[in-house]
Design a protein around this ligand. Sequence first.
Ligand SMILES: [Zn+2]
Ligand SMILES: [Zn+2]
Length: 445
Amino acid sequence: MELSGLLGERFGCDCGREHCVPVRQFLYESGALERIPEVIHGLPEIGAIEGVALIADARTWDVCGEKVCEVLRQAALPVTPILVADQAHGGPVCDDSTARDVRDRIRAAGVNVVVTVGSGVINDLCKWSSFELGLPYLVVATAASMNGYAAANVAAKIDGVKVLVEARPPVAVLAEPDIIADAPSEMTTAGFGDTIAKYQSNTDWLLNHRLLEEYYCDFCAGIVAGLESLYLDRPEDIAEKKPRAVGGLFEALFWSGIAMTVVGTSAPASGGEHLLSHTLDMVSDVRDRPHDLHGRQVGIGTIVSAALYDRILALESPALKDMPHDIEACYWASPPLIEAVRAQYAAKQVSVDVVTQRLAEKGVWDELRAALATVSRRPDTIRNWLLRAGGAVGPADIGCDRSDLKAAMLHMHEMRRRFTVVDLAWMAGVLPGAADDIIDQWLTT
Ligand SMILES: [Zn+2]
Ligand SMILES: [Zn+2]
């Protein structure tokens, strides 16, 4: 089935559930910007157009925000540009106070449609604000940098702690291929890292399905399979910004976001590999230091997850050990963060107990091992894809040193309640011992 036929549709799936794709339009074509007024006029959820809020930051305004503003004005649509201010260390952040500010400014503009121009943070701020105001929003993408365009969730920081906020995806995602291909290379390689993460996140999803009875959908797990040859047959095409590869990557990022929306959790696109990136982000924030882009860190996390599975699945019969009793509070440094991480870690214990019981049953390990081995990729495969695409493969590439990376590897299992390869690695005795070897073998540049 052509994926585009699913836009805005409801359909029955082999997994037994009915799926709904809430995004109605996906335009990745030359001239997409000129079609924004037509998309707005076709929105069934609004009657008369009272006005359009146009959200951008300083960079995305220059990339094409100004052009979008012009297109809207030429179509006689009343538009209020809202520029989100930069933070001291760089671009805007998606936190509660910035979102409140954006929301107040949209409300004050008296509009009933929101258009956002940008990628990660700007898209998230707009998604969050529009949802709270009950307004439809369109996103004009500026980079193939992450898979959040079509996702319902917002990666936000509330009171200093990173959380996922439930919101609603945009009604339309539009992009000009030239703009996406010309985006800074780090952004495209970040998107590449976020996309190839799915091999490892799918392995974790299957692990949770097999041992903890988590819902699993084959269709959602494999949603981008038909697009992968465009950017994985020759990953150099990503480094060389070849339109076909970048277009394939952008489309894969879009549909990977749809898979998360359809399933209602981040399971189809986020597992243990993502924990490395979340941990590096949180710890950098607490220490008031910059960190690299989500997807570039996720790419390295994907090598780590592949290397952990490689070692775990090699075990004929793992002798399970107890997980560390508590988190190492001093690593997380700030009291609210320690409290949040500790609550997540404590909540995981239920899953750890079930996994312990299940793996003690005869035959379970052999079956699990065989199933996971068909999905997980080898660490050299992941590293090779990232290297050829020009992505980050070691700590120096993401601005941290070996000890920061190792510390993150040894604490990332503490921060989320969901069971992943990282927990299994601790239980099987692969961690903490393998951290140095994995860095030496796979993460040294
Ligand atoms: Zn399904
Ligand atoms: Zn991601």
